[in-house]
Design a protein around this ligand. Structure first.
Ligand SMILES: NC(=O)c1ccc[n+]([C@@H]2O[C@H](COP(=O)([O-])OP(=O)(O)OC[C@H]3O[C@@H](n4cnc5c(N)ncnc54)[C@H](O)[C@@H]3O)[C@@H](O)[C@H]2O)c1
Length: 298
């Protein structure tokens, strides 16, 4: 099966990136969102991405023009998916919203359409029953930003057809991702299975007063050669995500100490609009964070 037409469901932070990258790589893309406001924002993001691609990816004006010509935006779900070969879903990480989305999609989509979810924390088997096509449903999970952290983690569930799995692996490659096939369901895929414990260890060292965040970052950067330490990574993924991760962990373990850390993140960062790279300040100040200065590691 040849994928040509792709529909993005949910045009937020990740959906708008996936839409741009997919159109840039030559696919026809329809961007669907329930909110006109979100579509407006996505169009703005796309203008910014086009500048970024010209500056940092050597994209020609012609390539940018062609990318825009392959992108359409709509709030009409039926229209958005009628010709879709593949759907990439990036609606909010809330079970009820995902469930309702798949129930609607299952009624409206053509039989050929493959459904992929970009959920970071839900397993495909939790949603498969609502798709009415479990064999054509699996996760294709992206990292942020899609074109720099260009891995595509592909994870099916027990009923996903191996043939569909391979089609999605190929599709991931065609849109410029390095495919990472996940052989069995794993919460957090590979990336977050590695990253979440690292960030947890880092914030524990910091909040327990063991070491300053800059020294924690220096330790990681010098000893592994990484471009970022854990607090640089936290600034990239954003304080809201860190807050959610810590809060979920605190609630799961019923641990007041962990929950109080989440409140500190809220009070000292989120309430002050220090959300990380996106607002120009988190643990570090942007666009020129201290950890990029060669003196930082001396
Ligand atoms: N943000 C990240 O770094 C990141 C990375 C990997 C995966 N993800 C996953 O991507 C998904 C989306 O995350 P995000 O950060 O882009 O969220 P977001 O809040 O930025 O965007 C969600 C979008 O979905 C829209 N929406 C809400 N309800 C909808 C519905 N019923 N139908 C269609 N659109 C609807 C919203 O208007 C919004 O534009 C989540 O599953 C998340 O786990 C996020």
């Amino acid at each position: 099966m040849q994928i040509k037409n792709v529909t993005i469901i949910g045009a937020g932070v990740l959906g708008s990136q996936i839409a741009w990258q997919t159109a840039f790589k030559g696919f026809n893309v329809i961007v669907y969102d329930i909110s006109e406001e979100s579509l407006k924002k996505a169009k703005n993001f796309h203008r910014n991405f086009s500048e970024y691609f010209k500056l940092h990816k050597n994209a020609t004006s012609n390539e940018i023009e062609n990318t825009f010509s392959r992108l359409q935006y709509t709030t009409n779900l039926k229209e958005a998916i009628k010709d879709a070969d593949l759907i990439s879903e990036s609606v909010p990480e809330i079970f009820e919203i995902k469930r309702d989305t798949y129930q609607k999609l299952s009624n409206l989509a053509s039989e050929k359409t493959i459904f992929t979810t970009n959920s970071s924390t839900m397993l495909p088997s939790q949603l498969a029953d609502y798709t009415e096509r479990p064999e054509k449903f699996l996760a294709l999970h992206f990292a942020n930003p899609v074109w720099e952290a260009n891995i595509g983690e592909i994870m099916g569930h027990k009923k996903t057809s191996p043939e569909i799995f391979d089609i999605v692996v190929n599709f991931a490659r065609e849109i410029g991702m390095i495919p990472i096939p996940i052989k069995k369901e794993q919460s957090g895929y590979v990336l977050n299975s590695l990253l979440v414990p690292l960030l947890h260890a880092a914030e524990t060292l910091y909040f327990d007063g063991v070491a300053d965040y800059k020294d924690i970052d220096k330790t990681w950067m010098i000893s592994t050669g990484a471009k970022f330490g854990p607090f640089g990574i936290i600034d990239l993924i954003g304080m809201n995500t860190l807050y959610n991760i810590i809060k979920m962990r605190g609630e799961k373990l019923k641990d007041e100490k962990i929950l109080s850390r989440a409140e500190k993140i809220k009070k000292n960062f989120i309430d002050k609009n220090k959300l990380g790279v996106s607002t120009g300040e988190g643990f570090y100040k942007y666009p020129n964070p201290e950890y990029q200065n060669p003196e930082f590691l001396k």
